[in-house]
Design a protein around this ligand. Structure first.
Ligand SMILES: *Cc1c(COP(=O)(O)O)cnc(C)c1O
Length: 435
């Protein structure tokens, strides 16, 4: 932290810097809106998880949930750091394979995996499929039988934990479109179908209890619930799991109100809780897998915008409009997500006014930030919004036929374009003339 409690430093010109680069120069060079990632932060986040498991002497896989931000370049960084990855679609799987990701470190998720997705996964011998439902067991059995191949699987279970976070990102509750219910016996039924399967190697259980979680007790509650089920399976079938996967959801800081824990704490608490159950039940220690998405890339990314029109409504509020919005960051419009930002070319100036930041889409809901303290804002200023590295580019869209913004990586004082800005030619690429 430096001036004004910012996550990035300010240089002698009063400009915000990221990865040793002047954000104003980056905006001039690549145009706006622009996503910029400090790759060293991505690496730090990866290492925080990996190193903690190592220090604790636990066999683990840290699988980056690539839906948070999937592109060839980011997956190459993730590969370099030795993580595994989760994919939830054929497109994400295709991107991972294109990035040269080792297939044995790819895990396939999804609540409605298609024949094509499962086929691509099997043909490429990926490391694990996380089975979500009974229909998928049928499809997968049929495909493996035809191809005379075996594959490792986990089953996704829903432990039924209430989430304190926004309901749209609540996935661990019992009334969920995801996974096998534990309480009503569906999970055990799935296990019974899979434990002696000819082609499916049953490795263990998966759960994902939500997103943007700040409390470790949510994870330790999940551990307790899984172990109470496993205790039953042990008594009935003499079964002990080889793998337990506790998903992702580790919270990050978007605004000053967010108080995330250091990443190692989540891992330490998870392992401590699993060890205590293992010791009590006299089970062998399973491999522990986790699936962080947001906490790997979220705080590494910022978005730069150029301020255009400004509008004062006396006694009401001051609006400033930027050259992006819900097309590059859907989260505020989708679930009222909060962000913090600064005027990057006035980063050393005192915040003596307050503005609300509007996007340029034809939707009154297209507001990026309400009531942000800033210096006086002029058109042509550059706004930097923090913590846009997760679910920003990956949810970007072409509403109003805006082109998707470019992505630049910075590391060691170097900048590199890793996703080109879409052109209008790209926008009409799939349109077919009707005259
Ligand atoms: C979305 C998701 C994740 C990642 O969640 P984050 O909040 O980004 O860490 C991990 N696992 C599963 C199954 C998910 O659906």
């Amino acid at each position: 932290m430096s001036v004004n409690n910012l996550p990035f430093p300010v240089n002698g010109k009063g400009h915000l810097e990221i990865g040793g680069m002047d954000t104003i120069e980056l905006a001039e060079k690549y145009g706006t809106p622009l996503y910029v990632y400090d790759v060293s932060i991505v690496r730090e986040n990866c290492r925080a998880f990996i190193d903690t498991f190592k220090q604790l002497g636990v066999e683990a896989q840290v699988a980056y949930a690539s839906k948070a931000f999937s592109s060839i370049a980011i997956l190459q960084v993730i590969k370099q750091e030795g993580l595994s990855i989760d994919v939830v679609s054929e497109g994400e799987l295709y991107t991972a394979l294109k990035a040269g990701f080792p297939p044995e470190k790819i895990h396939l998720h999804g609540n409605n995996k298609s024949m094509e997705e499962l086929t691509l996964a099997i043909e490429n011998n990926i490391g694990c499929i996380v089975i979500d439902n009974f229909y998928e067991i049928e499809l997968l059995s049929q495909l493996l039988e035809e191809q005379k191949k075996q594959i490792d699987v986990l089953i996704r279970v829903t432990p039924g934990i209430q989430s304190k976070t926004h309901q749209y990102i609540m996935t661990g509750n019992e009334d969920s479109k995801f996974g096998f219910n534990l309480a009503n016996g569906q999970a055990e039924k799935a296990f019974a179908q899979l434990r002696n399967h000819e082609w499916i190697r049953f490795k263990g259980l998966h759960c994902h209890i939500g997103s943007q979680i700040f409390e470790t007790d949510r994870f330790t509650t999940a551990v307790e619930i899984l172990f109470s089920e496993l205790t039953k399976w042990h008594q009935k079938f003499d079964y002990t799991p080889e793998v337990l996967n506790f998903g992702g959801g580790f919270g990050i800081r978007y605004t000053e109100d967010d108080r995330p824990l250091p990443l190692n704490i989540y891992v330490e608490e998870l392992v401590r809780s699993i060890r205590s159950h293992i010791n009590e039940l006299d089970f062998p220690m399973p491999e522990i897998w986790i699936e962080p998405g947001r906490s790997i890339v979220g705080n590494a990314g910022i978005t730069l915008y150029t301020v255009g029109s400004t509008k004062e409504i006396p006694g009401v509020r001051n609006y400033i409009a930027v050259d992006g919005g819900m097309t590059d960051n859907l989260r505020p419009a989708l679930y009222q997500a909060k962000y913090h930002g600064i005027i990057a070319n006035k980063a050393d100036k005192p915040n003596d006014t307050e503005v609300s930041v509007a996007g340029k889409c034809c939707e009154s809901g297209d507001m990026l930030i309400w009531d942000l303290a800033t210096p006086k804002v002029d058109n042509g200023d550059i706004l930097a919004v923090f913590s846009t590295g997760a679910y920003g580019y990956s949810m970007a869209n072409n509403y109003n036929r805006f082109s998707r913004a470019a992505v630049v990586f910075v590391e060691n004082g170097q900048d590199k374009l890793v996703i080109k800005r879409e052109t209008y030619e790209d926008i009409v690429r799939n349109d077919i003339s009707y005259e």
